[in-house]
Design a protein around this ligand. Structure first.
Ligand code: GN1
Ligand code: MG
Length: 370
């Protein structure tokens, strides 16, 4: 995907940005949207902006996403202001003359946010103190939204973290075999069948209304946290596309899935993949104390289950994308989604085997026997 300088200049003008384009850089972190850093030079003062073209295959209703984001960022900004905290702790989006925080052109659906200055992200080998700090940031994000009225939000991707329905969709596609790729994934389908009873446990607790929905982030990869370059502390939670009603344990779990893997999310050598229990502990030490007071005991008791469930679920999603022709996640090579699925399945198995150990750590941190 490429974008021309003329087009970026047109967008900059329509969003009312000042100055001339100095440079454009393609950013390759996320698996979904197209992202560019654009430096604008206004008489010698250079300001960086993040231009994003939303993936409308994934986000069928991008205007609803931007409506959610507007409400959430306004809510958080007001709280930060009341507490006298820095405005960098929440993203700011540019608005066009008509007051909208997005623009549709012949290329797609665009939005622009201000780049948070002096910030850095981490992808892998994240030091434990940084994980602890990221845990605090996601925990704080959760509590800042604890009094937000969830009925104001659109459910932008229905069933996003409905693990049972994700597995059902995968099995249906496995039967249909639209790309002739199902023969090569029988072993993976067997692992999913074996892990499914525990994988749908959160669904059962939702059905029985033992677990409450809250406003959650739903995409808590550690590279969705910006750290301050100088202090090393996490300061801003980004990627607000999937903020909608969900389980707090999904947010905890997805962060652990990403950060407590001894290997990258798409490691092909499965002997390198495993659970880094100290990384798990570090993230939990940051997250749990921030949220504990607002949660019910069962939400705390299912944190480790959340980690296992999110890992299994994303494996299911990667495998589903592989057998249906790689339409959802961006891939770098043929078979990339299968490699990702295998890696995540191995990690899910590891978590399954270490559930007792993970629960013990949560129980210690929360000061709650279970
Ligand atoms: C996608 O956009 P990004 O890369 O932060 C995906 C998440 C997955 C993740 C796996 C909207 O997140 O749900 O967990 O890839 N986002 C969406 O790396 O589907
Ligand atoms: Mg995302």
């Amino acid at each position: 995907m490429s974008v021309s300088e003329t087009q970026i200049a047109e967008l900059a003008a329509l969003f009312g940005l000042k100055g001339k384009i100095k440079s454009i850089e393609v950013v390759n972190y996320g698996h979904i949207n197209g992202t560019y850093y654009v430096d604008m030079d206004d008489g010698g003062t250079v300001t960086r902006y993040v231009f994003q073209k939303l993936n409308i295959y994934v986000f069928k209703n991008p205007k609803q996403i931007m409506s959610n984001i507007e409400k959430i960022t306004t809510h958080i900004a007001k709280k930060l202001e009341a507490e006298g905290k820095s405005r960098d702790c929440v993203l700011h989006f540019a608005h066009c003359e008509n007051g909208k925080n997005y623009l549709v052109d012949d290329q797609g659906f665009w939005r622009i946010s201000e780049y948070v200055p002096n910030s850095v992200t981490y992808m892998s080998d994240i030091p434990y103190d940084k994980l602890r700090s990221a845990g605090r940031a996601f925990g704080e994000f959760q509590t800042m939204l604890s009094d937000f009225d969830a009925t104001q939000l659109y459910e932008t991707i229905p069933n996003f973290h409905n693990t049972r329905s994700r597995i059902a969709v995968l099995m249906r596609h496995a039967n249909e075999d639209p790309c002739g790729r199902v023969d090569e994934v029988q072993a993976e389908l067997d692992i999913i069948r074996r892990l499914k009873p525990l994988g749908v446990r959160l669904n059962e607790l939702i059905d029985s209304q033992e677990l409450p929905f809250r406003v959650t982030h739903n995409d808590t990869k550690i590279n969705n946290v910006l750290f301050d370059k100088d202090t090393g502390e996490a300061k801003t939670v980004i990627d607000l596309d999937t903020v909608m009603p969900g389980l707090v344990v999904h947010d905890f779990g997805d962060a652990v899935r990403f950060s407590a893997n001894t290997a990258a999310e798409d490691e092909a050598d499965l002997s390198k993949v495993g659970l880094d229990i100290e990384a798990f502990r570090a993230f939990a030490e940051g997250f749990i104390p921030e949220v504990a007071a607002t949660l019910t005991p069962i939400e705390i008791k299912t944190m480790a289950l959340g980690a296992f469930t999110m890992t299994l679920e994303v494996a299911v999603r990667f495998l589903d994308d592989h057998i249906t022709g790689d339409q959802y996640f961006k891939t770098s090579y043929r078979g990339h989604n299968l490699v990702r699925a295998r890696c995540q399945l191995r990690l899910a198995e590891e978590m399954y085997d270490h559930m007792g150990e993970m629960n013990k750590i949560i129980s210690e941190i929360a000061g709650m026997p279970f």
